[in-house]
Write a protein that binds this ligand. Structure first.
Ligand code: SAH
Length: 256
């Protein structure tokens, strides 16, 4: 297991070297890419159809449907895949990783909004493990007050920063590091969401979850089948529910 070097992430404003965690760098030097041909112009209509399908498939949260209808998923995938951006399919994002299906993103976000804390005071700080291309972080930015998202692969951390820059989402904090350790500086979290599946829930995640908070993560259970897991942190301890089978990339330790 690789040891974690000095953690480069900083909370915005926490010091002069906040580069790694600054969500939106000055745009002047980085002009926004032209919308991909074919999808860009009418992407709102294509997204609206995707949202209709999500609703027909059982997503009921208006906030989630609105967020899914707002975030331009085609801007997070390679140009060769743009025409599949609004299909309910996972797509490669480089370095052997994938962006989750819209259906799965919506489902997990909806589960997060079911957290006790979210029902009473809205969703506060959320920690995402596995930034990937940054798509889910962008969706979460519409649902939570602050989004801290960790990626262990530098190439994808950089890609997410480039992808997110045009959106200017001031509440998304991109962090480079091993998500298995969570991110103690932002804790406690109202919700933690993992986009990669391991064999056990790292202790740090449970420790960093607020009382009333909820963790949603894929996890391989006995027999190796990966299932979606919900863990609620109640004043009396952790309460776990096992939901449907899922297929996520593996949760790995260390950075690369
Ligand atoms: N939410 C992402 C999905 C990316 S796939 C999106 O919308 O694109 C899952 C990601 O988890 C991969 O990029 C993988 O590198 C990352 N990952 C796996 N183990 C990790 C860990 N321990 N810490 C941080 N990221 C991790």
């Amino acid at each position: 297991m690789q040891r974690r070097p000095g953690f480069p992430a900083r909370l915005p404003g926490s010091g002069p070297a906040a580069v790694r965690s600054t969500p939106v760098a000055p745009a002047a030097r980085n002009p926004v890419a032209a919308p991909p041909v074919g999808v860009g112009l009418d992407s709102a209509a294509v997204r609206a159809r995707m949202v209709q399908k999500l609703a027909a498939g059982g997503i009921t949260s208006a906030a989630v449907l609105q967020a899914m209808g707002t975030v331009e998923r085609h801007r997070f995938v390679d140009s060769a895949l743009v025409n599949q951006a609004y299909e309910d399919t996972s797509l490669p994002i480089g370095l052997g990783q994938t962006i989750s299906k819209p259906n799965v993103v919506a489902r997990m976000c909806e589960l997060l909004l079911g957290a006790e804390g979210a029902r009473t005071g809205g969703l506060g700080r959320v920690l995402e493990i596995g930034t990937g291309c940054g798509y889910q972080a962008a969706v979460l930015s519409h649902l939570a007050r602050e989004v801290y998202t960790l990626e262990r692969l530098r190439g994808l951390h950089d890609k997410a920063r480039n992808n997110l820059r045009p959106f200017r989402l001031a509440n998304v904090h991109l962090l480079f590091g091993d998500g298995m350790l969570g991110y103690a500086k932002g804790a406690p979290y109202a919700a933690i969401i993992a986009a990669a599946g391991g064999d056990a829930v790292p202790q740090a995640w449970c420790d960093q979850l607020a009382v009333g908070g909820r963790l949603v993560a894929p996890m391989a259970l006995a027999g190796g089948q990966q299932m979606l897991l919900v863990i609620d942190k109640t004043p009396h301890g952790l309460k776990q529910s096992v939901l449907e089978p899922v297929h996520f990339v593996p949760l790995k330790s260390g950075i690369a």
